[in-house]
Structures are given as C-alpha cells and as structure tokens.
Design a protein around this ligand. Structure first.
Ligand code: SAM
Length: 235
C-alpha cells in the first residue's frame, strides 16, 4: 500500500548546507528559521490556538538525504562514525522513509508564517505536519537511551578579532544572533569524529549568507578565522 503526502509548508533556514547543522533540535537555540505555510494552510484558521503554544513537533522530509540501497544498520556520527547500530535505534537521515521529526521553539505566529528557533533543519525542508508539543505527554524525565543519554560534549570556540568584528557587523545587518549561532553550532564540533585535523587545515560552512571559516589550532579547540559575505554564485 502506498501513501502520498503533500507538504503543508517549507522551512527557510539559517542553514544552507547539511554540514555543521546540529544533530538534534534545541542544541543551538540561536538557529532560526521561518516555516512558510502553503495554501490552504496559510490561512489564520489553520494556526488559531498556536498563540498559547511554546514548542512544535515538525514532521518533515529529509529532502537532501542521499538515496541509495536500504540498509538495516547505520553508523551514527554520535558513536564516532564507525560503530553500526540498527536503523530503528538511530536518528539517521538514511531511513526506510526519509522522515524526520524535531521539536522546535515557536517564537511568533504571523499570517502564513511560523517563526521558529532551535532548529536542526536545512533550508528548503518540506514539512509534512505540525503538531503542538504537549509537555505532560511528550516530556519523559525518566526515559533513557544508553547510547545518547546526554547532549554531545562541547568544544571551546575562540575568535580572531577580525572575524568577531565582521560577525558583529553582519548580525546588525541581518538582525539575527549571528555570533551565538556560530558559537553554538561550532561548539558541537561539526567535523567527522575520526578526523584529526592539522592546524593549517581550514573548514568552512554557510550560515545565512555568510561564509564562516575556522581551524583547529589544537585538539578540542576551534578558532574562527573569517566571516565573509558569500555571494549567491558561490553559495
Ligand atoms: N531531529 C531530526 C530527527 O531526529 O528526525 C533530525 C535528526 S538528523 C540526525 C539531523 C541532521 O539532519 C542535521 O544535522 C542535518 O545534517 C540533516 N538534515 C537536516 N535537514 C535535512 C534535510 N532537509 N535533508 C537532509 N538532511 C537534513
């Protein structure tokens, strides 16, 4: 039996590539986006009542996940990228049906738009459904997961003064918490766990319209070296 689902909305996100997106929501509260609702759900009737709701469940499509043969086991980055577990024991993007679920903060409701934050969603993510978070049912303080009981360990993030100054100026221009976004995302250490980077190797990612570049001066520490406007042609 096959089912067909049409998106109810599309996420416009600060994240323009998969690299350096936090692996779960809430890890970067400064990660913001707009969920644009598609007709007929862009009408106020569809969002009536959301004024009293702080968080939402989003069910979405991993539209940019590479497709390939279906595997029963996956290698989650959380376990270092070389230990395999069953696909149903993981939150991998490579799944039988490429459906993701994230709890995000609902910051504001506007006509046809939901302003959201704490997201782990790529720009352009199609959203299949939106549901209010129910604290009494969805928060389970005694639940456990032996493989991922706590949030990932953070590493320290430092700035070159010129990068810090540029980030401040772009934060002003964009009216977004750019410094917090960069610090919260890079503190998760986006590079694959098995890589031992040389201090001269630079990494880069696009947040909003900015090319953020950093290196690892020594193990367990990131230094942001530059923040530059990324032209659409090179994005
Ligand atoms: N919270 C969701 C879940 O548990 O279903 C997503 C978890 S998944 C491990 C999070 C990663 O998915 C992000 O770090 C990002 O690299 C990737 N991602 C986010 N949006 C995506 C999209 N639309 N298509 C493909 N990959 C995406």
């Amino acid at each position: 039996m096959a089912y067909h689902f049409d998106p109810v909305g599309i996420v416009h996100s600060c994240f323009h590539e998969k690299f350096a997106i936090p692996r779960q929501p809430s890890l970067a509260p400064a990660a913001r986006g707009i969920l644009e609702l598609l007709p007929p759900y862009d009408q106020p009737e569809a969002t009536a009542g959301l004024e009293g709701v702080s968080h939402l469940w989003l069910l979405f499509v991993f539209h940019a996940a590479s497709s390939g043969p279906q595997h029963l086991r996956v290698r989650p980055p959380r376990l270092g990228g070389n230990q395999r577990i069953g696909v149903f024991a993981s939150r991998s993007t490579h799944r039988p049906n490429p459906i993701g679920q994230s709890v995000v903060r609902l910051d504001a409701v506007e006509q046809g738009k939901l302003l959201i934050s704490g997201i782990d969603l790529l720009d352009g993510t199609p959203v299949l459904d939106i549901k209010p978070y129910l604290p009494y049912a969805d928060s389970l303080p005694h639940a456990h997961n032996a493989m991922a009981d706590t949030a990932p360990q953070l590493i320290s993030v430092a700035w070159k003064p010129v990068a810090w100054q540029a980030a401040r100026e772009h934060a002003q221009r964009l009216q977004q918490p750019v410094i917090e976004l960069i610090e919260q995302c890079l503190a998760q250490d986006p590079k694959p766990a098995y890589q031992q980077p040389q201090p001269e190797r630079e990494y880069g990612v696009r947040f909003w319209d900015l090319n953020v570049r950093w290196h690892y001066p020594h193990a367990g520490c990131i230094q942001i070296v530059s923040i530059e406007l990324q032209s659409i042609a090179t994005a």
